[in-house]
Design a protein around this ligand. Structure first.
Ligand SMILES: [Zn+2]
Ligand SMILES: [Zn+2]
Length: 380
């Protein structure tokens, strides 16, 4: 069962040329759960390798504009695309129903069933193989963090033990594997623990949303495989972080350390940061920290198969470096005092932004954390 998280928007407050505001797509098997839906989220999905699926569940952390303004447009797109029977449920903290009451004139009549569910911190949604836990954030307004927590999986089936006990191949073994007690034809009763190894841990992915550093978050994220935590500011703006109920990178790292998570992903970056400086501040406290860019993916394998890992540009189509993006990059380089030109090797090759060899290093520094330097920079 694959489990991963697609970073669709990683900036705070407003979009930048390289980062969109908050949105994450959690993919588990065939399920697609969207967390937050800032302005432009539907286009971020369309531009990604995911496309825009007929989402059935959307979870909002809170109602600041940089977390939900993409929702009305997306709901209208679903309507225009002719979605009819497929129901959609939107979850969020208290205030969700009032938000939709105010959106109603803009949404009009939607041709599919739309349900809103207000959740309180501590409420859980049971989903069979996993549950979604909610927890309170420290952000002034009503705000919820979410954790996807998989149930323990049954232990490995011990074929030798089953043979030794004389359990016939077939149905009985399947029943034991799924935790049922079996009575053999000779009357002996076999319990699952006789043929199964120890239960294996499920996975846990925690999306904290906007928050000042919080013990509640640290508890909710205890032993998580992946904690996505905001790092709106760096250490030099710690005061501002406190005033606005946000976190610095180092504070997020403290939470990750206390929670003993396996991997920390920082997001919700204020526009002045590139990412690398925040990563550095955080790693001084908690080494296993990444700062994903838009269209990066973090894969979360079962613990016995390895550690969670950042896949750079994992959801970015190869051809997405279009002329407009190349121009944005040149503008960025220009503002760093570096001249560049755009070229492509062949007619169908991706565009490349070229800089002089002696400014290559400076250019790489300037765009570090914004894009994939190796893909975009080449010596002329
Ligand atoms: Zn925000
Ligand atoms: Zn906020």
């Amino acid at each position: 069962m694959d489990l991963d998280l697609v970073f669709l928007g990683t900036s705070a407050s407003m979009p930048t040329a390289m980062r969109a505001p908050a949105a994450f797509l959690l993919r588990r098997g065939g399920e697609r759960l969207l967390f937050d839906c800032a302005e432009g989220t539907q286009r971020q999905l369309q531009r990604s390798t995911v496309g825009l699926p007929d989402l059935e569940e959307i979870f909002l952390t809170h109602f600041h504009g940089d977390h939900f303004l993409g929702l009305p447009g997306m709901l209208k797109t679903f309507a225009l695309r002719g979605r009819d029977g497929v129901p959609l449920t939107v979850y969020g903290p208290a205030g969700l129903r009032e938000l939709f009451r105010q959106l109603k004139p803009f949404l009009g009549r939607l041709p599919y069933p739309l349900t809103t569910v207000e959740l309180e911190a501590g409420e859980e949604l049971e989903r069979g193989e996993y549950r979604i836990e909610t927890f309170a954030l420290e952000h002034g307004a009503a705000a919820l963090g979410y954790a996807l927590v998989e149930h323990e999986r049954p232990g490995r089936f011990d074929v030798d033990a089953a043979d030794g006990l004389g359990v016939p191949p077939g149905r009985e073994r399947g029943m034991l594997q799924s935790g049922e007690v079996v009575t053999l034809p000779d009357g002996r009763v076999i319990t699952p623990d006789a043929v199964l190894g120890p239960a294996r841990a499920g996975r846990k992915v925690v999306l904290a949303g906007d928050t000042a550093p919080s013990d509640v978050v640290a508890q909710a994220a205890h032993k998580a495989d992946l904690l996505v935590h905001e790092a709106t500011f760096g250490a030099s703006e710690a005061e501002r972080a406190r005033e606005t109920l946000h976190s610095t990178a180092a504070e997020a790292a403290e939470v990750a350390k206390r929670a003993e998570v396996r991997l920390l992903a920082l997001t919700h970056l204020s526009t002045r940061y590139f990412g690398s400086e925040l990563a550095e501040e955080a790693r001084a406290v908690f080494a296993d920290t990444v700062v994903p860019r838009d269209f990066d993916v973090i894969e979360v394998p079962f613990p016995e198969r390895g550690a969670p890992a950042l896949v750079k540009a994992g959801a970015r189509p190869v051809s997405s470096v279009d002329a407009a993006e190349a121009e944005e990059l040149r503008e960025l380089l220009r503002s760093a005092g570096i001249d560049s030109e755009v070229g492509a090797e062949g007619e169908n090759d991706p565009l490349t932004v070229l800089v002089a060899e002696d400014s290559l290093e400076a250019a790489q520094e300037a765009i570090e954390a914004l894009t994939e330097p190796d893909d975009l920079l080449a010596e002329p």
